[in-house]
Ligand binder design. Structure first.
Ligand code: CTP
Length: 401
């Protein structure tokens, strides 16, 4: 698959190797977009970089045209990997300290993507305690490094500081991209997650609800997105934010949740973690129900649509993997297995929500994963870990493992 590399070219005699690196990356089928620092432009021309990348070269933080076409924040995130070659002592120092005075350093501070640096500088500059401190800091911050190598330098000195050869940098990029793919096993797949409670109106100020916090469903949506899936999170009213990278659709009632879920199809994966109200008031009052000196009429209830069952039995857009939850207070596994058959889903994540467990609204969960083939009993763990583990199982399923 084509990968997008954002290449930051710093100033230094090694900048000319950035041209060869660009050529090697393009040959591998990657798209390369370049940022050229002011010092870098002393060594290579924007025109030579642009003709090799086949794209415009970004140079100035305050260039209005660039900002209107693509803001620097977007530029910093529009890539799969950010590569700095050559990474000068100055660029390393700026990145280590979080400085953001120009386009290159701002991009390094704003990016949410992995960064790989290929340092190039004079031997003494490389060995200087300040550079070594910055190197250690950047490594601790998760920045990857390739080189520098040892050898005769342009300045006539000998020792470490030579930028790695373009082919070695390209191989380090291959390795970094490979690691990224491994961390995103669901790239290219889409997922729908329902989460939180629903509110079913009684009158304009009152509603029927439940104690669901949305924590487990939201954690699953976040873990699916982190694994590379395109996620639509259909959430009832909750007090927690949507995880980053998911598309949030906020709803109130079960019927709204069903409509939003159906709009999110087709999807490869559906996880119904919402605690949908089974019943709604048959005809909710248009005006607030007043105290009338006697007990009100009993509320007439009608059954809500079952979102999980609807998705599981969808005639032409059934997701390939449909996962439901079962909140039980007794005979957890037995009831959950019956629910699997009744709703027609592939897996059920069952948990015991008896009052003593603290699961409803709490941060931890103890679940059983019920599939057609068997059941797994997971130890008690934070809801974030349940989400991770479920996503690993989903990835294994799609990998055919
Ligand atoms: N669910 C749904 N739509 C509904 C009711 C439930 O999508 N109207 C989904 C939940 O999101 C969950 C699963 O169905 O994934 C099980 O929900 P639960 O309330 O535990 O089961 P019920 O179907 O209500 O069965 P029971 O009340 O007998 O426990």
């Amino acid at each position: 698959m084509t990968k997008r590399i954002l290449l930051i070219v710093g100033g230094g005699i090694a900048a000319y190797k950035a041209l060869e690196l660009t050529r090697a990356l393009r040959k591998r089928g990657h798209a390369v977009r370049a940022i050229l620092t002011r010092a870098g432009a002393e060594f290579v021309t924007p025109l030579s970089l642009a003709s090799l990348t086949g794209d415009k070269v970004y140079q100035d933080l305050f260039n209005l045209t660039d900002e209107s076409e693509m803001g620097h924040i977007e530029l910093s995130r529009s890539a799969d990997l950010v590569v700095v070659a050559p990474a000068t002592a100055d660029l390393m120092a700026k990145a280590a300290h979080g400085l953001a005075g120009d386009l290159a350093s701002t991009t390094l501070l704003a990016t949410d993507k992995p960064v790989l640096m290929a340092p190039a500088m004079n031997v003494r500059m490389w060995r200087h305690a300040a550079t070594q401190r910055n190197l250690a800091q950047l490594k601790a911050d998760g920045v990857g490094f390739v080189g520098p190598g040892e050898g005769e330098m342009a300045c006539g000195e000998f020792g470490p500081g030579r930028m790695a050869e373009p082919e070695a940098i390209a191989q380090a990029i291959d390795a970094a991209l490979g690691a990224l793919d491994a961390a995103r096993p669901l790239a290219g797949l889409s997922a729908l997650v329902t989460s939180g409670p629903t509110h079913e109106p009684i009158d304009p100020v009152r509603y029927i609800a439940n104690r669901s916090s949305g924590k487990q469903g939201h954690a699953i949506a976040g873990a699916l997105a982190a694994a590379g899936a395109r996620v639509t999170l259909v959430s009832g009213p909750v007090g927690i934010p949507a995880p980053s990278g998911v598309q949030l659709v906020s709803v109130e009632t079960a019927r709204e949740m069903l409509a939003a879920a159906e709009r999110a199809l087709p999807a490869d994966i559906a996880v119904c973690a919402a605690a949908v109200a089974d019943w709604r008031v048959a005809s909710d009052a248009a005006q607030k129900i007043k105290k009338a000196g006697h007990a009100p009429e009993p509320l007439a209830l009608v059954e809500n649509p079952d979102i999980l069952a609807t998705l599981s039995r969808h005639p032409f857009r059934r997701p390939r993997l449909v996962i439901g939850f079962a909140a039980e207070t007794e005979n957890v596994v037995e009831y959950a297995r019956a629910k699997l058959a009744r709703k027609g889903c592939d897996w059920i994540v069952a948990n015991d929500v008896s009052p003593g467990t603290g699961i409803m609204g709490g941060d931890s969960n103890t679940v059983h994963l019920i599939t057609a083939g068997g059941e797994e009993n997971w130890a008690a763990m934070p809801k974030g870990e349940v989400a991770q583990r479920l996503v690993s199982r989903i990835a294994a399923e799609f990998a055919g493992a």
